[in-house]
Write a protein that binds this ligand. Structure first.
Ligand SMILES: [Zn+2]
Ligand SMILES: [Zn+2]
Length: 395
């Protein structure tokens, strides 16, 4: 493996990341985080706009010579999770933790800005770069909130890039996904209303638990029986609530779950089949059902040309063996909204120490990163932004 390229300001990156790590905040409540980002931007003499999509910050770097506009996105929210790591820079916010590495994402973005400044990019380079410090990636659609302000509708953004920590790969390796990278999500909430009564007299009741149990297993057949075997979808019912005692047939059962799909066609088919199966309980069991479907993030689709560009940059910065091309993931990512608006691509930055064979997953209370990933992220993504502008200019 090629050596990890380290920066002269590695310690600055580590200190910054640890500061963010200690102040994890929920989506749209990233007050301290965005204040710290603004403070660093002030120190670096960078223009920015704050309160974009509530707590978001957008910095703008402009080179003296005119050229194309590109963008970079870093999400800044944390998760409601108690940190299990015993480190000096442990979370100081009870019940909150940067378990998805967004502290690293923000640090990488600020690091790119410092890297560009130190290389005198604004005098030697060309074009403009927008940096989106985005709130509420974890379910709050902060990317959409920023774009819905309309502030960027007239911006001629030629490309947007992002990186995400990837604990499955060691530092120095990266993951790229062509085309569809993350699934679209829907939250499914089903209520089955029966008729409660004595457990000894089911014939006088309408049992919502039996109806729910039938539904639960039936729902699993849509992926295997209604979907083309080459398509993918997942429906996981992760909550099933009913009952208060062992001898009472309850009035009601509630089933909640998540649907993950890659295409609008499969999403539509899945939702139709779910609705049909839920409705059938009315007839089969005499229950009254309600189904609430809430649309989550759209599928995140990387632009293949942008992935090609990143792959070339990986080869030049980290060596040709560093890039792993992966299959799509069933997780969701609201970078999807940026990719709907502009050609974009996200890269996964390997972030575990190669000397250790195992690393806790994202969203684990034990998650942590090998901080050399910050140096990798800054140099790789800084290079990718500058190179994209140079290539676009020479076309
Ligand atoms: Zn996450
Ligand atoms: Zn994340």
């Amino acid at each position: 493996m090629s050596p990890i390229p380290m920066l002269s300001f590695h310690d600055w990156l580590v200190e910054l990341r640890r500061e963010f790590h200690q102040i994890p905040e929920r989506g749209y409540r990233e007050e301290k985080t965005s204040a710290k980002i603004r403070q660093v931007l002030d120190q670096l003499n960078v223009n920015y706009r704050s309160a974009v999509g509530k707590t978001g910050v957008v910095a703008r770097l402009k080179a003296d010579q005119a050229g194309p506009l590109v963008a970079y996105r870093a999400d800044m929210d944390a998760l409601p999770l108690e940190e299990a790591n015993d480190v000096p820079y442990k979370s100081q916010h009870k019940g909150m933790m940067h378990a998805c590495g967004h502290d690293g994402h923000v640090t990488v973005a600020l690091g790119i800005i410092r890297w560009l400044e130190e290389r005198d990019w604004h005098r030697k380079g060309r074009g403009e770069i927008l940096f989106f410090f985005q709130p509420a990636e974890e379910g709050g659609a902060g990317a959409k909130a920023m774009l819905d302000t309309g502030l960027f509708d007239q911006e001629p953004v030629k490309a947007i890039f992002a990186s995400h920590m990837n604990p499955e790969l060691p530092v120095g390796k990266v993951e790229l996904i062509y085309g569809t990278a993350h699934a679209a999500t829907n939250t499914i909430r089903i209520k089955i209303k029966g008729k409660g009564g004595h457990g000894a007299a089911p014939h006088l009741c309408v049992d919502p638990i039996v109806a729910g149990a039938h539904l639960l297993t039936q729902l699993q057949t849509f992926a295997s029986r209604s979907l083309c075997p080459l398509d993918s979808a997942v429906l996981s019912i992760c909550e099933f609530h009913a009952g208060t005692a062992e001898n009472i047939i309850p009035e009601e059962a509630v089933l909640n779950g998540t649907l993950r799909t890659f295409t609008p066609e499969v999403r539509e088919l899945a939702l139709r089949r779910i609705e049909e199966m839920v409705k059938s309980l009315d007839l089969t069991f005499g229950a009254t059902t309600t189904l609430v479907n809430t649309e989550g993030y759209p599928a995140h689709i990387n632009d293949s040309k942008m992935v090609d560009h990143l792959k070339d940059c990986v080869g030049e910065v980290l060596g040709v063996d560093a890039a792993h091309i992966s299959r799509p993931k069933m997780g969701a990512e609201d970078f999807a909204y940026f990719c709907q608006k502009w050609p974009g691509a996200m890269i996964g930055l390997g972030c575990h120490d190669p000397a250790k064979g195992f690393q806790y997953a994202l969203h684990s209370p034990h998650f942590n990163l090998d901080e050399r990933v910050l140096d990798v992220g800054v140099q790789l993504m800084g290079y990718a932004l500058v190179q994209f502008i140079e290539k676009a200019q020479s076309r």
